[in-house]
Design a binder for this molecule. Structure first.
Ligand code: NAP
Length: 464
C-alpha cells in the first residue's frame, strides 16, 4: 500500500468514527449541533480521502458535480423548519439517483470490459433496484408533503397485488441478470420497473404518513449505498450506508410505535382516507376564552403544562411560548412542556423549536414521564396540537388513531386549547377534548394569542 493509500484509509477510518459519533450526538438536543458538525467533518474527510485516489484521471466532472451540488444544496439548507421533511425527502431522492446512476455506469463498464461476475452483478442489481425506487419514491413523498401532489391516498382495485407483481418481475429480472450477467437486455427492465415501483409504492400512502415513509426511504437509500460500496469496493460507503440504513429503519420503527401503527398499516393501510369522511360529525358547542380570561386562570394556578404541536411550528410561536414560560416562572408557577414523540411533522420537531427559543431542557418532559402527573396539573395549554391530545385514541375503537399513545391533556383541571378554528389536525378527525367541561378554546393564530396572553399577564403584574 502506497503512502497516499494509507492517508485515504486513515481519512476513511476517521470519517466512519465521526459518523458514528454524529449519530450518537444527534440523539439529544444538548449535543445535536456537535453531531451535525461531526457529520459535516466526516463527509468532508470522506470526499478528500476519495479525491486523493490515484485512479482519478480528471477532476473536471468532479469539480462540476461539486459546483452543481453546492448550488442546489445552499437554497435547500435554507427552507423553513416546517419544510424540512420534504427537503429531507429530496436529499434521499438525490442519494437514490446517484446510487442508481453509479450502478448503471458500472454495469455498462464491466459489461464492455467483460469483468462482470455474479457477485458484482448482484451488488449492482441491489444498488440499482433500491436506488431508483428510492429516487422516484422520495420525489413522490416530497411532492405530497409540499402539496404539489394530492396528499390523500390514491387507491384502486388490486393495487397491492399489482405492485407486488411488478416488484416480483423486477427482482426476477435482476436475479436472471445475476445468473447470466451479460443479458444486458433485462437491465433496462429492472431500471424502469424500479422507477415505476417507487411511484406506485407511495401513491396509496396519505400525507400524514409521509414522515414515516421518508425515514423508511432513508433506510432504502442507505442499503443502496451499502450495495454501491460493494460495487466500488469502498469500505467507507459500506459503513456509512449501513449506519444510514439502520438509523432510518430504527427511526421509522420509533415513529410507528409512537402512532401505534404497524409498517404494513403505514405502507398499505391507505391511512387518512376514511378519516376525511369522518370529519363531518354532529355540531357540538365549545366554550371560548379571551386572552384576559386565560391570563386570569394562569395567575391562579400553581402548575402549568404546555403541550406544543404542529400549529406552534406553523405560527412560529416558540418565542411567545418562551415569554409565557418566563412570565409564569417569575410568578413562581411551575411551567413544564410535554413533548409527544410525533407532535409536529418530524421527530424532534418540537424540541428543535423550543431549543431555538432557548427554553431550558430541564423544563421538557416526555409523554410517558408527564402523563402520570397530568391529573394534578392545574392548567394544560395546548398550543396548536390536536391529534396528540385526542382522547379518542384511548377508547374509540373506530377512530383511525385508536391505540396511539397520547398526552393526557384532558386529565388536567383546566385545558386551554389554542388554535385558529375547529378544523381537524393531520389525521383529519374531530377532537373530543375541545368539548370537555374543563376545556376552553382560545381561538386565533398561536403566536398572536400567546402574545395577547403574555401582554395580559404583564399588564396584570403592573397593576398589582
Ligand atoms: P395536528 O394534529 O396536525 O394538529 C395541528 C393543529 O394545529 C391543527 O388542528 C390546526 O388547527 C392547528 N394550527 C395550525 N396552524 C396554526 C396556527 N398558525 N396557530 C394555531 N394553531 C394552528 O398536530 P399534532 O397534534 O402535532 O399531531 C401531529 C400529527 O402528525 C399526528 O397525527 C402524527 O401522527 C402525525 N405525524 C407526525 C410525525 C412526526 O414525526 N412528528 C410523523 C408522522 C405523522 P387550526 O387549523 O384550527 O388552527
Amino acid at each position: 500500500m502506497g503512502a497516499i493509500e494509507h492517508i485515504t484509509q486513515a481519512t476513511y477510518l476517521t470519517a466512519a468514527a465521526l459518523f458514528i459519533f454524529s449519530l450518537r450526538w444527534l440523539s439529544t438536543p444538548k449535543t445535536a449541533r456537535k453531531g451535525v458538525l461531526a457529520g459535516v467533518l466526516g463527509m468532508t474527510l470522506a470526499i478528500v480521502g476519495t479525491a486523493l485516489h490515484p485512479d482519478i484521471v480528471s477532476f473536471k466532472w468532479i469539480v462540476l458535480a461539486l459546483i452543481v451540488g453546492t448550488a442546489i444544496g445552499i437554497p435547500l439548507a435554507q427552507v423553513p423548519l416546517t419544510a424540512v421533511p420534504q427537503r429531507t425527502a429530496l436529499s434521499h431522492a438525490f442519494g437514490g439517483l446517484a446510487a442508481g446512476l453509479v450502478g448503471t455506469a458500472k454495469y455498462m463498464l464491466w459489461l464492455r470490459d467483460g469483468e462482470l461476475t455474479p457477485f458484482r452483478t448482484f451488488a449492482i442489481v441491489v444498488e440499482v433496484l433500491l436506488g431508483y425506487l428510492t429516487f422516484t419514491g422520495s420525489l413522490m413523498a416530497a411532492g405530497k408533503l409540499q402539496e404539489v401532489l394530492p396528499t390523500r391516498p390514491i387507491t384502486y382495485k388490486n393495487q397491492n397485488v399489482l405492485n407486488f407483481l411488478l416488484l416480483a418481475i423486477a427482482i426476477g429480472s435482476g436475479l436472471y441478470i445475476v445468473a447470466y450477467p451479460t443479458t444486458w437486455q433485462l437491465f433496462p427492465v429492472v431500471v424502469v420497473l424500479s422507477l415505476l415501483f417507487g411511484v406506485l409504492l407511495i401513491l396509496p400512502i396519505g400525507g400524514a404518513d409521509m414522515p414515516t415513509v421518508i425515514s423508511l426511504l432513508n433506510s432504502y437509500a442507505g442499503l443502496s449505498a451499502v450495495a454501491m460500496g460493494f460495487v466500488l469496493e469502498n469500505k467507507l460507503l459500506i459503513t456509512a450506508g449501513a449506519l444510514d440504513g439502520s438509523s432510518g429503519f430504527i427511526l421509522s420503527v420509533i415513529m410507528c410505535r409512537a402512532m401505534n401503527r404497524s409498517f404494513t398499516n403505514v405502507l398499505f393501510g391507505a391511512f387518512g382516507q376514511a378519516a376525511a369522511v369522518q370529519a363531518a360529525t354532529e355540531a357540538r358547542t365549545v366554550k371560548s376564552a379571551t386572552a384576559q380570561d386565560v391570563a386570569d386562570i394562569l395567575e391562579n394556578s400553581s402548575s402549568v403544562v404546555v403541550i406544543p404541536g404542529y400549529g406552534m411550528a406553523v405560527a412560529q410561536a416558540q418565542h411567545r411560548v418562551r415569554e409565557l414560560f418566563d412570565q409564569l416562572t417569575r410568578r413562581g408557577i411551575e411551567c413544564r412542556f410535554a413533548i409527544h414523540p410525533v407532535a409536529g411533522r418530524m421527530p424532534g420537531h418540537m424540541n428543535v423549536l423550543l431549543a431555538e427559543a432557548e427554553i431550558p431542557y430541564t423544563a421538557l418532559s416526555e409523554m410517558d414521564d408527564i402523563n402520570p402527573d397530568m391529573p394534578q396539573v392545574d392548567v394544560a395549554i395546548v398550543v396548536g396540537a390536536n391529534d396528540v391530545v385526542n382522547p379518542a385514541a384511548r377508547h374509540d375503537k373506530t377512530s383511525p388513531i385508536y391505540g396511539m399513545p397520547i398526552i393526557n391533556a384532558d386529565k388536567a383541571k383546566t385545558v386551554i386549547a389554542i388554535k385558529r378554528s375547529m378544523n381537524p389536525g393531520f389525521a383529519g378527525i374531530e377532537n373530543e377534548l375541545y368539548y370537555g367541561d374543563n376545556c376552553l378554546m382560545a381561538f386565533g393564530d398561536a403566536k398572536a394569542v400567546l402574545g395577547d396572553i403574555v401582554k395580559a399577564l404583564s399588564g396584570d403584574q403592573g397593576g398589582h
